[in-house]
Design a protein around this ligand. Structure first.
Ligand SMILES: Nc1nc2c(c(=O)[nH]1)N[C@H]1C(S)=C(S)[C@@H](COP(=O)(O)OP(=O)(O)OC[C@H]3O[C@@H](n4cnc5c(=O)[nH]c(N)nc54)[C@H](O)[C@@H]3O)O[C@H]1N2
Ligand SMILES: Nc1nc2c(c(=O)[nH]1)N[C@H]1C(S)=C(S)[C@@H](COP(=O)(O)OP(=O)(O)OC[C@H]3O[C@@H](n4cnc5c(=O)[nH]c(N)nc54)[C@H](O)[C@@H]3O)O[C@H]1N2
Ligand code: SF4
Ligand SMILES: [Mo]
Length: 744
């Protein structure tokens, strides 16, 4: 018997709607779901292959404990009791700073994060490492300083923009917006719209561009400084906007006054007239900007973002139709954690701040490998594979083998799981209820609560259930009255009233709300994640209620429950709100409600980025003459989410891409094995000679080097990256600019 079921792809942050045909508890066919209001049937090759994510030999089905060199099955009861004892012991003996969590959600689901973070906090620690602090936290920092909230970063207003500048974004391959290929095609064909791509190579997105600025790798900060300088020198800035919305701007003008734009363009290897034309268009059109990893993982990462915010601001492109806007949320990606406030922890050895509550994975090896009495000794990892994803595999191997406790929660036996003391099996994205908080959209607010489409195999539990049981073992959950459990079995309305009364009875209960909901409504519904969606909707702020009313939900006491019911009734996903498009400026949360453009801490950094200094910094090194892009998003990878290599059979998935000119000079031929060396290490890899890259620049994709069924597929890129090669403020890796050499 087969059945088509509504679900979503979990292989990138877009979570396109899918319909999956299920037979004998297996996904046998997949198609894009036309009923999904956000993706409207759009799907890429990866989404069509989710059966390889779900069904493979390395799936975890039972809790495991490491004994000697082997893993032995252990019951949930024993595993959680032992882990709780160890967590209690380590945090009591060495203090709470000895404990960190890592991951807590990836591209497929985020419900567990609430429960994991609650547990971390209850144990007294604030150390939370996450992949976002390996890519986006510099950007969060920039918005935090200028706008007042790190979570109020912006995205282009895709439907209304008539000029989009993609800088370091290869949307044709990575998506990063709804229906990316459809959008880029339309942009490209519409004579009234301009697509500008700033990328050193002719990427799949650059091919679609009206203007391609093929800048020299690593010169985005210099180029952005030049764009701002041109606009200010020509007087093209939007003075009315600046007068009305900007504070703290006078201090920055001098950074651009005598800036030598022509010389800068030369260093960027760009034509001055073309750069000037882009500046003029950007200042005069309904323009928007889409930055991505090419700059976020590039040289001067955080300062490039800051300069981009300055560029958007002086042109009056922030918070306006067709410009860059703050999208709508049910739940933000994290809490604002201003790094100037000492209550937010910095990493101890390396001194990196938490940004949006997250610490950089690049710092973790050093945080373990030191002899401070409070050094990191215990790590719980969920939905992440640091042993392959994060910079410097060798440093991670050394550090993780020094830990007193490593626990991994995953759906597969990963390289990180193999190093762990305990390995706990999560339900997969298709076996549990879940949602993500990534679906940045404007002005509509999108939600899909994925329903389980498969019966779980073995003894898996939802991650949020695992964290709740651990909290219980640690004695963190108050006694729950029988009346609350009874109410949960009757109706959501009665439960809501009983929960309210219970919380009123003791103010301390609020801090344990997720666990209380898990153990009552979660049990009743058979899913903690599902119950948490209901609870979340009861506690949304009034601003969200206004948004929900705009999408047609009736204001009043039952609004949260009405939205929940609609979410359940629409497994394909739905709009649950709409932000006020007339009032995006309300997202500015600074003291004077103005954009504060001056950030004193990076003044010297910005001023140091001159044509003269960059020329010297960028000079090719005799020892490492090539620039390696350590990571690339393409049709044949999906982070670490596809372990079974079968989906790429017959394709050249993991190669070193090199331009024919370099290959000729080095006397190398296509398909031969070459040796790539960086300051971090050496790997052997198949060479692919291709015009996909640019002379002087080689590329290896990430997401390979995974051990599957006893074999290793492709090369683990992070053998070539050094964890200390990172942004000085955010600690994010500079994976798009690594010096290397390639030999036969
Ligand atoms: N197929 C696929 N899609 C994915 C993922 C995946 O694994 N596979 N992962 C998802 C995730 S988690 C993320 S974060 C996104 C990332 O999505 P993107 O940021 O779009 O991914 P990248 O491949 O890093 O592409 C960035 C572009 O930057 C360019 N670039 C390199 N160096 C420079 C430079 O110095 N300056 C400029 N301006 N550009 C430069 C590269 O040539 C490349 O074309 O992709 C998401 N989508
Ligand atoms: N050198 C280099 N390194 C990179 C990049 C790069 O460009 N270059 N890209 C970086 C980027 S942008 C990102 S976002 C990170 C991502 O790195 P990670 O944080 O590691 O995230 P993923 O690789 O998406 O997923 C990791 C794990 O989640 C597990 N998983 C899948 N589904 C579930 C589930 O339902 N529950 C649980 N518990 N686990 C599940 C998978 O088996 C996998 O082991 O990698 C980064 N690493
Ligand atoms: S990988 Fe991303 S764009 Fe492709 S189908 Fe999945 S969610 Fe959609
Ligand atoms: Mo990412």
């Amino acid at each position: 018997m087969s059945e088509w079921k509504k679900t979503s792809c979990v292989l990138c942050g877009q979570n396109c709607g899918l319909e999956a045909q299920v037979e004998n508890n297996r996904i046998v066919k997949v198609r894009g779901d036309k009923d999904n209001p956000r993706s409207q049937g759009y799907v890429c090759r990866k989404g069509l292959n989710i059966s390889y994510y779900q069904h493979h030999k390395d799936r975890l089905t039972h809790p495991l404990k490491k004994v000697g060199e082997d893993f032995v099955p252990i019951s949930w009861e024993h595993a959680l009791t032992e882990i709780a004892e160890k967590l209690g012991y380590i945090t009591k003996t060495h203090g709470p700073r000895a404990l960190a969590f890592m991951g807590l959600g990836n591209l497929g689901g985020h419900s567990e994060a609430v429960f994991g973070l609650r547990l971390l906090r209850s144990l007294g620690s604030k150390y939370y490492y996450n992949a976002l602090a390996g890519e986006l936290t510099g950007l969060f920092w920039g918005y935090g300083r200028t706008i007042g909230r790190q979570y109020n970063f912006t995205i282009p207003d895709h439907d209304r923009t008539d000029m989009m500048v993609a800088i370091g974004w290869n949307g044709w391959m990575s998506h990063q917006m709804p229906q990316a290929r459809r959008f880029l095609d339309q942009m490209s064909k519409d004579p009234g719209k301009i697509l500008v791509v700033i990328d050193p190579r002719r990427s799949e997105t650059a091919v679609k561009a009206d203007i391609h600025l093929a800048l020299r790798p690593g010169t985005d900060a210099l180029l952005t400084r030049a764009l701002i300088a041109i606009i200010l020198q020509e007087g093209w800035q939007n003075q009315a906007y600046i007068d009305q919305h900007v504070g703290e701007i006078e201090q920055i003008y001098s950074w651009f006054e005598n800036f030598d734009v022509r010389n800068a363009c030369q260093v960027c290897e760009l034509d001055y007239d073309q750069v000037r034309e882009v500046a003029r268009l950007f200042a005069t059109r309904q323009s928007s900007l889409h930055p991505d990893l090419g700059v976020l993982m590039g040289r001067h990462s955080t300062v490039t973002t800051y300069l981009e915010i300055i560029l958007l601001t002086i042109c009056g492109r922030l918070f306006v139709p067709g410009g860059n806007v703050v999208p709508g949320y049910l739940m933000t990606m994290g809490a604002h954690t201003d790094d100037r406030d000492p209550k937010h922890w910095r990493t101890m050895k390396t001194g990196f701040p938490a940004l949006l509550g997250m610490h950089p994975p690049n710092a973790m090896p050093e945080e373990i490998m030191n002899d401070h009495p409070e050094r990191l000794r215990a790590v719980i990892v969920s939905s992440s594979n640091p042993m392959r994803s994060f910079a410097d595999t060798a440093a991670y191997e050394q550090a993780f083998s020094k830990l007193d406790l490593l626990v991994t929660i995953d759906i597969a036996m990963t390289e990180t799981a193999k190093m762990s003391d305990y390995v706990l099996p999560d339900r997969s994205a298709y076996e549990r209820w879940d949602t993500t908080y990534f679906q940045l959209n404007y002005p509509e607010i999108y939600c899909q609560l994925r329903q389980p489409i498969l019966e779980p195999e073995g003894e898996t539990l939802e991650g949020s259930e695992i964290f709740t049981r651990l909290a219980d073992k640690l004695g963190m959950i108050p006694d729950i009255p029988e009346s609350l459990r009874m109410a949960a079995s009757k109706s959501r309305l009665e439960y809501g009233q009983a929960l309210y009364a219970y919380m009123q009875s003791d103010p301390k209960i609020a801090a344990t709300l997720p666990y209380v909901v898990a153990k009552t409504l979660g049990q009743e519904m058979g899913s903690v994640n599902k119950a948490w969606m209901w609870a979340l909707l009861q506690t949304v702020p009034s601003s969200f209620k206004d948004n929900a009313a705009r999408a047609g939900f009736k204001p009043g006491l039952t609004m949260g429950d009405d939205i929940f019911q609609a979410i359940i009734d629409h497994p394909e996903g739905l709009w649950i709100g709409k932000v006020d498009p007339e009032n995006n400026f309300a997202n500015i949360k600074t003291a004077d409600n103005r954009i504060n453009l001056y950030i004193p801490e990076v003044k010297e950094w910005v001023k140091s980025i001159t044509p003269e200094s960059e020329k010297v910094e960028l000079q090719a090194s005799g020892h490492y003459p090539l620039i390696l892009l350590a990571g690339r998003h393409m049709d044949m990878n999906a982070n670490n989410l596809m372990r079974n290599p079968e989906w790429n059979r017959g394709r050249r998935a993991c190669t070193l891409a090199m331009h024919p000119e370099d290959a000729g000079r080095l006397n190398l031929s296509d398909r031969q094995t070459v040796r790539v060396t960086t300051e971090a290490g050496t790997v052997n890899i198949e060479l692919e000679i291709t015009g996909d890259t640019r002379p002087g620049m080689v590329i290896i994709p990430h997401g390979f080097g995974l051990e599957y069924n006893g074999e290793t597929y492709g090369v683990g890129i992070n053998r070539l990256t050094k964890n200390t090669h990172r942004d000085r403020i955010a600690g994010t890796p500079l994976h798009r600019y690594i010096r290397c050499k390639v030999e036969a």
